[in-house]
Design a binder for this molecule. Structure first.
Ligand code: SF4
Length: 378
């Protein structure tokens, strides 16, 4: 049995030691027997579905991605179909998946693949990472799974598996240490390039099914015999990151104005900040600012407060419904509201949108949830 490498000093991890571990061979064998083989994007290891799934899987669970992947593949079976689509339709299908810059980059990337690569995803990592929304790990996944290139993926799952397996205790908040771990990841790759697709899938499967953040199943792990963290009882100490993401708390206030034709006022948000380019309601920094923007005597109805977690912010979203009882037109609304709001409406392109219109555009999940709440009010 190969010996575990010294865990206490990560610099002692040599590539010779790594080769002797048999990590890649063990993982490839395990993936074939016990890995995942029924994911929808595994039916065809063509770069288009692999890329689509990899982008969706950044920051999102497999269980959520399945339905979105199927919807996208049904509507856009090829990269050409996606490139030709209107951005609103792409973002509408992406709605609810979060991290919306991924959706916009997805569309931009499809256009670039069609324009610059004749509709064929490139096989070299350098070309792949030149495309919008494809970082080194996503690029390595496409190159290794679809083209059997010796490229090492390094997402959150893989850095957890490898830091535990190798006993890599350095602070992964620092870029230099991430690069060092990535160098070890490259040294662990299989010798035979033809094993690359299964190996890459295997290390992803190990991170998702066995070497998970909390319920770690070391007793079922194929590489337990040479795992440093297991041997040293340090599984829950690794990976080490000194900087944790700090979330600030913030409240925002949305005016959800609906006219008697069941149209709701909305506009595309600017291209900066959260939900950039998505459609949403007029937003205010406080309830007072929202009420001050309304004509005197107008009643607004508070809806339930919605909690929404973003990477760096915990949002409390306070929705206020304004049921507009006259026959509403954009001109009529602008006539009725005081000057500050009029200019806000004109400047930001607010318009009355019926539900079919809302369904055709990108809308963040809290917007969709508030629209559903309106059903009960009319
Ligand atoms: S033995 Fe445990 S800690 Fe080590 S790689 Fe396997 S699951 Fe992870």
């Amino acid at each position: 049995m190969p010996k575990a490498i010294k865990p206490t000093d990560p610099t002692s991890v040599s590539s010779t030691a790594i080769e002797q571990l048999g990590f890649a061979k063990t993982l490839v064998k395990w993936q074939r027997a016990h890995g995942r083989h029924d994911l929808p994007w595994q039916k065809n290891l063509h770069p288009y579905p692999v890329w689509l799934s990899e982008v969706m899987l950044q920051q999102t669970q497999v269980s959520t991605v399945r339905a979105y992947f199927s919807k996208f593949m049904a509507r856009f079976p090829t990269v050409q179909d996606l490139a030709q689509a209107h951005e609103d339709e792409v973002m509408s299908l992406w709605s609810g998946l979060g991290y919306y810059s991924r959706g916009r980059n997805l569309h931009a990337c499809a256009k670039r693949v069609v324009q610059d690569f004749n509709g064929v995803f490139p096989s070299e990592l350098n070309d792949l990472v030149s495309l919008p929304g494809i970082g080194p790990s996503t690029g390595a996944a496409i190159a290794s799974i679809c083209y059997a290139k010796k490229e090492a993926i390094m997402d959150g799952n893989v850095s957890r598996v490898l830091s535990r397996y190798l006993g890599y205790a350095r602070d992964l908040s620092q870029g230099a240490h991430q690069r060092e771990l990535h160098a070890f990841a490259k040294a662990l790759l299989p010798e035979r390039v033809k094993d690359m697709p299964v190996y890459t899938q295997g290390i992803m499967d190990l991170g998702a099914m066995v070497c998970t953040p909390k319920r770690v199943l070391c007793e079922q792990c194929p590489v337990q015999g040479t795992c440093v963290a297991f041997a040293q009882n340090k599984v829950f100490e690794l990976p080490f990151k000194s900087k944790k993401i700090k979330r600030t708390q913030k409240s925002i206030y949305w005016l959800i104005a609906m006219n008697d034709r069941a149209q709701v006022l909305g506009a595309r948000r600017g291209l900066d900040g959260i939900w950039a380019g998505m459609h949403a309601f007029p937003e205010f920094e406080s309830e007072l600012a929202l009420r001050n923007a309304l004509p005197a005597g107008v009643e607004v109805r508070p809806l339930s407060v919605m909690k929404h977690e973003l990477t760096h912010q915990s949002l409390s979203i306070h929705g206020f419904a304004w049921l507009f009882k006259e026959q509403g037109t954009s001109a009529r609304v602008q006539k009725k509201v005081p000057k500050p709001w009029q200019s806000a409406l004109e400047g930001r392109g607010f318009e009355w949108m019926d539900m079919a219109h809302w369904a055709r555009v990108g809308r963040p999940k809290p917007v969709a949830d508030f629209l559903n709440q309106l059903d009960g009010l009319v």
